[in-house]
Unconditional design. Structure first.
Length: 739
């Protein structure tokens, strides 16, 4: 026993030494990532262990119901239910939380529907440690230290127990974040191996995960809700949903559990586990996860104001790499939209596309920094179209939720195509985006749209103005792809529809406003009233003031509606200056947070608005607003995000803005210049290094005096994609004067 301990001790020392050697040659950037940022207030992030875009997100759940616990974790809660293997990052709806494990001591009473009351444990935030690919916490009620790490498709738990004859692990297949189990089972393979499945329904109407778990020490018995099952029996436990596996432990004994997942079948979970975690050394798997994260984080280097800003930056980068998520096994198998078994044409299938959020900045960011990953995402969307004839709009767990509006797989696909991505068939892609904009579905009634030139509120029910504005942008995107493919008739048709935003602009109020099928304006009309689908109204998570600026593809045309740039700027100034601390409808639309006047940094429709000033010849105002957003709404602490991170969109806004430019129109291949917020940022790209340098940047020097690209002064308001992808130097000379 002593010999084994010494061997393990020296192996751990070897792993640590190896890690030290590796990080001496390449900077360990994971130390600047704080996964707890956004776990307080309404950030809705989670602190669990995962890898970039992985299937597994293993971590703590301390709540499952309501707005507060969309990710399953919130800093305010001081008890832990257990550690589940799937989580969503920064969303506005509770979901996932599949296959929950909880280490315990003693005989735990298993009850249906008790929300872990019989086995949860108190904990302190002070005992928590989280870094990319790793999570640790001390469970006070059981004197157990719980640690976990992850690979793409598997998790490793390490539970350090006190001495006890009835140490154990609860496996709760009833547990879920906001959903309900509809079917589950567990099967004992041998005294150290179990397999099982959880199927559930909620916001995701139907999804399932199979799993295989291997224990480093034999369990002596398995207790279900109804009876005790001997560990050496091969036994299927029907639809029972909670289980207790027990064994004896010595003091400070560490028990390792490896868990593999699959959406396809048991065999997939077993193969995924055995291939990705063949051994039992926790530090080895943790180091592999850390190295994977460093390979992604290391593509960007930043010289910042201070360590706090560096933490905010790399944590934002980390958050942009959490979703979408892999669902295919090592052999490409996965469960599809039709709930049938498929094998991915690409070898990698992904789900969890929050496209209403992420088309704006996340996917444009990925298309620059991680084009190979973005290619997989686009091909996943197109594979789905081939299967069921639809592109995703707001898809989680391979189920379309129809939660949000627009067809924003369209700009993501078109953006990839226009940036020269040749990994997918262009004709297939064009047919898919055209189909999305011409065939009716839950949120797109094209008959009325074509007839009236907008969605009338008496024909199209809720969100009529927002749906019109979102559809207008998607029309423009299809037109751009049609033009590139020389489909001139389609180009003209979709460009005509792309001007439909003008039909809902009300000249008297100088705001967008709902109209009925007779052309009559919505009356009464409160431009500050927040509405969304749940409560009715013409807007999606916003009001008339916030949505008026939502013309991403034709800012010049929008300015013309106001008459002059001066009037446009005056209206923008009013928007940012109006004191609206209590907006009507706020209780029904909790997403609208992070207010500067009427502007909401916490919700996506506002994200491009500060950059409109630059296009209206007032870049000084862009600089002022961007600086205020950075100072107030992105802080290196648990409540440091002012709103839902929304699968990385909030974080992508930060990354672009820190570099000094932003994609108002993501498919245009141009980025509107703003004001950089770091001294230097270097992007390591396939064709070279692109560096942004902000000379004399300081707290006072927040305005841009001159801009140079590769040494040449430019008066342009935008930066082109081609200027970035081939490498180069973008320099901002900063000043304390608004020019």
């Amino acid at each position: 026993m002593k010999k084994k301990f010494l061997l393990r001790y020296f192996f751990v020392l070897f792993i640590i030494a190896q890690k030290t050697i590796l990080t001496s040659f390449s900077q360990n950037l994971t130390k600047y990532v704080n996964p707890f940022i956004g776990t307080d207030f309404t950030g809705h992030t989670y602190p669990g262990a995962t890898t970039p875009f992985g299937m597994v997100q293993v971590g703590p759940d301390n709540g499952t119901d309501g707005w507060k616990f969309c990710s399953g974790y919130h800093t305010d809660s001081k008890s832990i239910m257990g550690f589940s293997h799937t989580h969503l990052s920064g969303t506005g709806v509770s979901e996932m939380g599949d296959i929950l494990f909880m280490p315990v001591i003693g005989d735990v009473e298993l009850k249906v529907g008790d929300k872990s009351e019989s086995y949860k444990s108190s904990f302190s935030n002070d005992s928590e440690i989280a870094s990319p690919g790793y999570y640790k916490v001390f469970l006070q009620d059981y004197d157990i230290t719980a640690e976990m790490t992850a690979t793409l498709r598997a998790a490793m738990h390490r539970y350090t127990y006190p001495e006890h004859t009835k140490a154990g692990v609860v496996i709760d297949l009833e547990h879920g974040i906001g959903d309900k189990t509809t079917e589950s089972y567990l099967r004992v393979i041998d005294s150290q191996t179990i397999v099982g499945m959880r199927r559930s329904s909620g916001f995701i109407r139907d999804h399932r995960y199979y799993f295989c778990a291997r224990f480093s020490k034999p369990f002596s018995k398995v207790v279900s809700l109804e009876d005790e099952i001997l560990s050496n029996e091969k036994y299927i436990l029907g639809k029972n949903t909670k289980f207790l596996l027990q064994f004896s432990t010595t003091d400070k004994e560490a028990v390792i559990i490896k868990v593999g997942l699959s959406t396809a079948h048991e065999k997939g979970a077993i193969k995924n586990l055995d291939k990705e975690i063949p051994g039992w050394i926790f530090e080895e798997v943790k180091l592999e996860a850390e190295n994977t994260w460093n390979s992604y984080l290391g593509r960007i280097e930043i010289e910042s104001f201070n360590e706090s800003q560096k933490i905010s930056f790399y944590t934002s980068l980390y958050h942009t790499l959490l979703m979408p998520n892999l669902i295919s096994d090592l052999d490409g198998s996965y469960s599809g939209w039709d709930h049938k078994l498929h094998k991915s044409e690409d070898g990698n299938m992904y789900t969890n596309f929050s496209l209403w959020d992420t088309y704006r900045a996340l996917h444009p960011f990925l298309s620059i920094m991680y084009p190979e990953n973005n290619s997989h995402f686009v091909k996943s969307m197109l594979e789905r179209h081939k299967q069921v004839g639809l592109l995703p709009t707001n898809e989680y767990g391979m189920c379309e939720t129809w939660c949000m509006i627009g067809n924003h797989a369209v700009p993501v696909i078109v953006d990839a195509f226009l940036k020269g991505n040749k990994s997918f068939d262009a004709e297939l892609a064009y047919n898919a985006v055209k189909h999305a904009q011409t065939h009716d579905h839950n949120k797109s009634d094209w008959t009325n749209y074509n007839r009236y030139g907008y969605f009338p509120f008496d024909k199209s029910s809720v969100e009529s103005v927002s749906r019109t504005l979102e559809s207008v942008y998607d029309d423009y995107c299809v037109a751009m792809m049609a033009k590139a493919l020389n489909k001139n008739e389609d180009y003209n048709s979709f460009m005509k529809r792309a001007s439909n935003y003008k039909n809902i602009y009300h000249p008297g109020s100088m705001l967008v406003r709902g109209r009925n099928s007779k052309g009559e304006w919505r009356t009464p009309f409160d431009p500050f009233a927040l509405t969304s689908e749940a409560g009715g109204g013409d807007f999606t998570e916003g009001n008339a003031w916030q949505w008026t600026w939502h013309v991403q593809h034709d800012v010049d045309g929008l300015i013309d509606l106001f008459g002059t740039k001066d009037k446009f700027v005056q209206k923008l100034d009013t928007f940012f200056a109006t004191n609206v601390t209590d907006l009507p409808g706020q209780d029904l639309v909790p997403d609208v947070t992070g207010l500067i006047g009427g502007y909401s940094q916490g919700n996506e429709p506002s994200h491009h608005v500060a950059y409109l000033y630059t296009l209206a010849d007032r870049p000084d105002r862009t600089a002022e607003i961007v600086r205020e957003v950075f100072d107030r709404f992105y802080l290196a602490k648990r409540d440091g995000l002012c709103g839902n991170d929304d699968c990385g969109q909030m974080s992508a806004w930060y990354l672009f803005s820190a570099m000094g430019f932003y994609p108002i129109d993501p498919v245009s291949g141009e980025y509107v210049l703003g004001a950089p917020q770091a001294h230097r940022i270097s992007l390591k790209l396939p064709n070279g290094t692109f560096t942004m340098r902000a000379n004399k940047l300081s707290v006072k020097n927040k305005y841009v005096e001159t801009v140079r690209l590769n040494g040449k002064k430019t008066n342009l308001k935008t930066l082109k994609y081609n200027d970035i992808k081939n490498g180069g130097l973008l320099e901002f000379d900063m000043t304390n004067r608004a020019l």
